[in-house]
Design a protein around this ligand. Structure first.
Ligand SMILES: Nc1ncnc2c1ncn2[C@@H]1O[C@H](COP(=O)(O)OP(=O)(O)OP(=O)(O)O)[C@@H](O)[C@H]1O
Length: 249
């Protein structure tokens, strides 16, 4: 598999009352083109910090980030990033939120709006294009945020716990929906979740992080067919993968 994204020796620390608080302690990982990789680790270990560095929003203390073999450390605009809070702008409608990246890239606003409008049904947002985020349910807000990520036209997506705030039933539906979106828009995805079940159900591979300061502690390949369906969750392979992740944690 061709390597799409590579993170080498990433170190990050923030100032704290006791001096410097180390958050990332030499994170190394690589993601192949078209691969879906989940990151799982204890709360506060540094997962969002890792995404902030990969997206270029924060400059790491040490280490490098490469996309297609080219260094992009500290550069914004190379990857689509869906932050933990859905981060939709409340004063912009769903469609206006969706075309944000197009505006930043100075692509045609009219074309972007037409494209976003065309995608609304696939995102379960038909008839809601002109609504403001406050009028949407939690699931709809997440789908709108993902629409914005899709519309960014980046080849790599960083998704920070996109389904974390949803009730169990909506979450399962959204997992299957996310897989269908992935089928339609093949991308390289790094996905943060706290749920072992969700990670195994969605991923090709899971990376387990240590407590803060984070390092990659373990790796679990998920040898399930690309096409996932709910009954897989009762199969031996699925249960075995879950157990392996649990052991690394
Ligand atoms: N900008 C910042 N300034 C200072 N400290 C920060 C900053 N961003 C994160 N931290 C600290 O870094 C540590 C890791 O935070 P981070 O949000 O990356 O963890 P996480 O693994 O994503 O957590 P969770 O699983 O709870 O979402 C925390 O102790 C947090 O307080």
């Amino acid at each position: 598999m061709v390597t799409k994204l590579q993170v080498e020796g990433l170190v990050q620390a923030y100032p704290s009352s006791e001096g410097e608080r180390p958050v990332l302690d030499g994170v190394d990982l690589s993601v192949g083109e078209g691969e879906f990789v989940s990151l799982i680790g204890p709360s506060g270990c540094g997962k969002s910090t890792l995404f902030n560095a990969v997206s270029g929003l924060e400059y790491p203390k040490e280490g490098r980030i490469l996309l297609d073999g080219q260094e992009i450390t500290g550069e914004v605009g190379h990857v689509g990033y869906m932050m933990q809070r859905d981060a939709l702008f409340p004063w912009r409608t769903v469609l206006e939120n969706a075309i944000l990246a197009a505006e930043v890239d100075r692509r045609s606003r009219r074309e972007a709006l037409a494209r976003a409008r065309e995608l609304l049904p696939a995102f379960g947002l038909e008839g809601f294009g002109e609504e403001y985020p406050a009028r949407l349910s939690g699931g709809m807000r997440q789908r709108a945020a993902l629409l914005r990520t899709v519309m960014s036209e980046r080849e790599v997506w960083l998704l920070d716990e996109p389904l974390g705030a949803l009730d169990a039933l909506t979450r399962e539906r959204m997992q299957d929906w996310l897989l269908s979106i992935r089928e339609r828009f093949p991308r390289t995805i790094l996905f943060i979740t706290h749920s072992i079940d969700e990670a195994v159900y969605l991923s090709d591979r899971i990376l387990v992080l240590s407590p803060r300061p984070a390092q990659v502690r373990g790796e679990v390949e998920i040898p399930l067919p690309r096409k996932r369906f709910r009954t897989l969750e009762r199969e031996e392979t699925f249960l075995h993968c879950k157990e392996e992740v649990r052991q690394w944690l």
